[in-house]
Design a protein around this ligand. Structure first.
Ligand code: SAJ
Length: 406
């Protein structure tokens, strides 16, 4: 039997590769010919530890291939983006496009799994859309389930095999069929529920983390006003057996935690006050860090050199999506046209498009930053920055948003 994986991004490609490596025939589909060619050559179009080896092996074994066309398959896994719109509701257009591609290929009896992070009701919406375009099929002809992906970027290849999985079926039969598919490679527990609960589970997990990071970020602003070292405070408080506070930072990035809570707020606006406030608290943090940089610029003069250490959305990855650090860099470039801004990001070798247009930003190495910048702003806790001898920071104005240089 063949599994079609729609969307070969950060989730779809590792899923396709691991499934193919377990012996299942997998055809991946992506709208980008660049991604498709990369996969067919056994390559990976982004950085994820351990992924390349598995893709290479599965392609060489003839188990994995890719196409820009939706394949005919016995089961489909949809792993396309669900961004949000300006009004913070979910944009389902990629899911709808995937469904429209699959619909004409169906003969009845296929399993369809939606893996994309989805607002409550999206799985049902996908099934209804398919049945509308295929009136010859009955609802019972399709097995439709939602199985949210919860792997952590940077640890995807480990977590995809070992994490417990939640499978929510539109019917019990659909949930059972999806469970059988995942058991090809998943050694964790596969937990069955209905589709809407599965949709909410994923959103709930990321909202839990967002709320907890917001607590840490709020504390960092409070402590700054009170003259207390927030990292020492959190470290001490976390000695309590039932307290486990997360770490403050320059804001929350990535395509999940900064997005998913809005889907809950959108689904039940009046009841989601805490979740909304947490989102707003985390979204306000980059502006707060910018305020501190602007203060330092007032002190050193508008033409000072500012080194922004890190652009990625978190440590030790090259992913700049929804990155608070990148947003700080962009806003600073606009607001401080006379300053010289050094972007120090060891994981990339050219400035991202968002910064390439600003004449005052250049990509720089760690040594150049330490030698020439008056103001050092630590934005990402990359290992390379943790390794810097703190004696070399003397004589600089240091704004450490992650507390690694204390
Ligand atoms: N962050 C902090 N302080 C912390 C922890 C994180 O400021 O103490 C920031 C990070 O710097 C980053 C953001 O939060 O900007 C998110 O990073 P993360 O490592 O918490 O999470 P992601 O976005 O890489 O992955 C999350 C994970 N969800 C949870 O841990 C509940 C992952 O398991 C999900 O699969 C993923 O979202 C997803 O795809 O939804």
């Amino acid at each position: 039997s063949t599994v079609g994986v729609i969307g070969l991004g950060y989730i779809g490609l590792p899923t396709a590769a691991i499934l193919a490596d377990s012996g299942v025939r997998v055809v991946g589909m992506d709208v980008s010919p660049i991604n498709v060619d990369a996969v067919n050559n056994g390559e990976v179009p982004f950085v994820e530890p351990g992924l390349r080896e598995v893709v290479e092996r599965a392609v060489a074994a003839g188990k994995l291939s890719a196409s820009t066309e939706t394949p005919v398959a016995d089961a489909y896994i949809v792993a396309v983006p669900t961004p949000f719109t300006d009004s913070h509701s979910a944009d389902l257009s990629y899911i709808e496009a995937a469904a429209d591609g699959i619909a004409p290929k169906l003969t009845g009896g296929e399993l369809m799994i939606l893996e994309s992070t989805s607002p409550p009701g999206a799985t049902e919406h996908m099934a209804e859309r398919i049945l509308k375009s295929r009136p010859d099929l009955a609802a019972g002809d399709l097995l439709v389930a939602h199985c949210p992906e919860r792997v952590l970027p940077g640890r995807i290849m480990v977590e995809m095999a070992t994490n417990d999985r939640i499978v929510g079926g539109l019917t019990q039969a659909a949930a059972e069929a999806a469970k059988t598919l995942y058991q090809n490679f998943c050694t964790g527990e596969v937990l069955l529920t209905d589709a809407k609960t599965a949709e909410m589970a994923k959103l709930t997990e990321n909202s839990f983390r967002d709320v907890n990071i917001a607590f840490a970020n709020e504390l960092s602003v409070i402590c700054d006003q009170l003259g207390v070292d927030v990292w020492e405070l959190i470290d001490l408080a976390n000695h309590h057996p039932r307290v486990n506070i997360l770490q403050p930072g320059p804001g929350v990035g990535g395509h999940c935690i900064a997005v998913d809570p809005w889907f809950i707020v959108d689904a039940a606006p009046d009841a989601s006050r805490l979740i909304r406030t947490a989102r707003e608290t985390n979204d306000a943090k980059p502006e707060w860090v910018l305020g501190r940089i602007e203060q330092a610029l007032e002190h050193h003069g508008r033409e000072a050199t500012v080194a922004l250490m890190g652009l990625a959305f978190k440590a030790n990855i090259d992913d700049l999506r929804e990155s608070p650090s990148l947003s700080i860099a962009q806003r600073l470039a606009e607001r401080a046209p006379e300053a010289r801004i050094l972007a120090v990001e060891p994981h990339i070798d050219q400035l991202p498009a968002q910064l390439a247009g600003s004449g005052n930003v250049t990509l720089a190495g760690i040594d150049e930053a330490l030698q020439t910048a008056q103001i050092l702003v630590l934005l990402v806790d990359h290992d390379q920055f943790k390794a810097i001898d703190t004696a070399r920071l003397a004589g600089h104005t240091v704004i450490d948003s992650r507390g690694i240089w204390r």
